[in-house]
Structures are given as structure tokens and as C-alpha cells.
Write a protein of this length. Sequence first.
Length: 552
Amino acid sequence: MSKFWQQLLQVWSRLETAQRATIVLASLAALVGLALLAYHATRPSYQLLAKDLTRARTAEIVAYLEQQGVPYRVVDRETAVLVPSQHIYRLRNELAQQDLLGDGGKGFELLDKSSFMMSTFQEHRSYDRAVAGELERSFRELPGVRSARVIIDRPQPSPFIGDDSAKPRASIKLDLVPGVRLTERQIAGIIALTAGAVAGLDHERVEVMDNSGLLTPKSADSAAGLASTTLEAEAARDAYLTRKAQEQLDAVLGPGRGRVKVSVKLDFAKRSESSVDPTKSLALTERTLTTDKKSPVQSIGGVAGTAPNVENEGRAAPPAPQLASETSEETQTSYFVGQRKVTVEDEVGRIRGMTVSILLPYKTEEVEELDAAGKPTGRKTQRRVPYTAEEQKRFESLVLNAIGFEAARDIVAKIEGVQNLSGRFSSTVQSMDLYEPPPEPAAQAMLTLPLGGEWLGYGLVAAVALGLLLVAHLQLRRSHRAWKEAEERARKAREAEEAAKRPKEEPPSPEEELQRQVRSRRQELKDSIKRAIMEDPNAAAAIVRRWLYEQE
């Protein structure tokens, strides 16, 4: 070990000042990089404990974590809490037991705590609070809604309060994710859900507000909501038919060469028809009324002679009066006149009008090249020309058949009884140069890897450390090479000194020189024989056997 340190000190002593400074700095940088990597590697890994929290709930969770002595991080604008991964499951169980991980609102659980000592007013208030909690849970499930607050105001019944003042009211406050805006349909759904959950609550008495202000649509804008729904349906149908038409055109011209745009007008009306047929009738009831009327009739004349006509003469008793009888009969018959009622309901979103626009690119064809005088030169040249009328008609027919253009027009003509529908159903085909975006540079087209800030820092530290280590390695190689060269120069100097100090030898005699040459020749022969034997032992063995045979 001491020899190693001695060699290291020798190498260090032979280095220049700049080389020593470079090695020291590189070593320090490598140590710092290793320390940072070790620090980040040993640092605890944080995981998400809870998210989409209100600030009040975040403060409660943080207070509990501080009591337990658990490190934490509050991120995402104080709406999420991170804790070390080794404590995640234990903390979730403990916070769930204390009801700190929930949404913070209680629904029908409040009714489980009711007692017999509560008054009717308190029972009603508890029920309204339970309904409000359930509504808050429902609203928090909407995409983009972080928290919700529902307040139900139900006045206490009183004979001194008018009907309108006694009706309940509801106020809804929604906390939305930044950049999210509720649509008209979502607002209408929130109002309808609230009005359906609270007994006696009208839609007009529900107010909805988000972070930016009041969202409740006015009653005068109900038609606007219907128009918005109709517009969305038409936009969806436009996109669907445009995609089908574009696929058909791409199959003929190639992807991206032509353009198609389809615009439709939908009809959501419902129609009913009623008619009466007087030629068909049916007797339902028949009633006959008979009247019998009798009246007395005086008789005329008396007994013949003078006696009946003389006063104070005995007269015969007059005959009894006769009764006249009159009978009348009246018949009443009730008839049912034939009636036919037909109710026709069109399909939802039936196409009432359609406009199709087709853009075709120019095609390239070879034509005769003309000179300045307008005469053909016999050479061919390429020129961009539009498609012919027949080709345009064929493309138009393919696209219109793909989206059912003719079928929709025939249905409208049959239902409405209109033959000329060119104003509502039309199509155009034109050839022109379509815009093509310039190609993007290769540098811009390259995809970049999504690196987080933390991993990017690790990468930079590692790159700097590797660079410094590479510089130190190069400096050490240079130092080692310089040290080797210095040692070689020192060795040659020593050899020269020793050669200068040794006495000069006398030149050998001719006999000694001849013996030295013979010895050298013998040694060369021995080496060549050994080499031949090693290369081909079989040939060597054959030579030895032949020599022994000759010796016999």
C-alpha cells in the first residue's frame, strides 16, 4: 500500500499546476454530483393522499399530519396533499375514520341522528339540509366541478304570508376548475334536479352561481336553450355527413386532395291531421215519443115535437158528452258520423334542407406544346387543368349517394307536397387549387421527450459529473504519458552514462569470431528444427524413423 502512495505522490509531483487544479475541480464536482444523487435517492417518495380539496379541508388534513409528525406537501393551489409512500395507506384509513377524506357534505346521514325531542320545524330543517347534502354530492360528480354548496330557504307556513312568499327558494354555489365553463344544458339540468328534489320548488326560484357570477338563465331565454340544442344537433349531423362524404371522395381522389362540406337544416316539428267523413254514419240510439190527447164533444139536436121547445114542459135528459181522441208519435234517432283522426309524428331531427359543397383540385395532363405563333412543336408538356363537366358530375353523384341526398329530398317532397326543393337542397362542384401548408422543418418535427423538472435536474447533474470525470480522465492520461516519456528519457540517460563509464573492450580475434558465428548458426538450426517439429510432428517422426532405418 505504501508503494502505491509513493507512486501516486510521484505522479502528482510531476503534474503541472493547471493539471492539478483540473483534477481537484473534477473530483469535487464528482463528489458533489454523487452527493446530490444520493440525497435524491434517499429522499422519501411522495404519493397523493387526497385531491380536489377545499382550503378548509386542506387545513384540517395538514393539522392532523402535523400532530402525527408526518411530512407532507401541499400542491396544486392548495387542493392536493402529498405524503411519503410508506404512510399512505395508514393515513388514508385514519383520515377516513375521522371523515376527513370525504367531500365534506352530509346527506341523509343527518336523519339518522334525529331524536324524539325535535320539533316539527327542526325536523323540516334537518330534512332540507339532508336534501341539500345529497344535491351537493350529485353536483360534485359533474366534470369540472370541484365543490358545491346548496342552500334551501323554506319559509315557515303562516296565514299572514302570501302564496308566492311562502314558496321555497334554492341557491347553488359551484366552485369550478379554472378554465371550465358550464354549458346551458348542464345549468338547466342542475336547476331541474334541484326543483325535482325539493317539494314545492319551482324552476324560476332556483339560482345558480359559479366563480365568475350568476349562471341562471332567464325565463325569456328558454327559446334560446331550445335553439342551442337544435344547433348542437345540426352541427353533429353536419360533422357526420361531412365525414362520410369526405371518405367517399378520398377513396376516389386520394387522401387530402379534395374537400367536402355538408350543411343540413333539421326539422323537429310534430304534425297531426283530423278529418270528418259525412258519407258514413251509424245509428247509436233511437227514441220514440207517443202522445194520446182526448177532448169532450157536445151533441147537437133533441126530441122531435113542440114539447121540448115549450117552457115548463117536461124535457128529456140530455145525452152524455162524447170524448174525442188524438194520438201523435215522434221518433228521434242519434247517428254517429264517421270521423278519421291521423296523427303523424316525424322522426326527431328529420332533414329539412341540405347543402353540399365539393372542391376538387386541378389535375395534371400532357398537352401539345405550342410555339409563339400558336403552332404545335411536337413536344409534350404538363399542364394543370380542371376536371371536365362529366367527371365533376360523376364525383358529385358519388358523394350525394353516400350521404343520402336524393332520399332526403324525396321524403321532404312527399311529406310537404312540394316538388321544387332546389332552394333547400342544392349541391355545387368546383375545381381550384387547394391550400397546402408548407412542410415543417425537420428540427420542428422532432418529438421531444416529456421530462419533468425533477428528472431534468437529475439529468443535468449527471451530465455535468460525467463531463468533469471525462476531463479528469484525459488529464490523467496526459500526465501518465508525460511520466512515461520522462522515465524513458531518464533510462536512456543512465544507460549512456553507464556505457561511458565501462572500459572499452578489445576486438575479438578471427578464431573467436568464427566460433561465435558457428554457435550462432547452431542455435538458429536448433530453433528452426524445434519450430518445424512443433508445426508438423508427423513429418518429424517420419524423418527420425528414416534416419534410424538408414543407420541400421
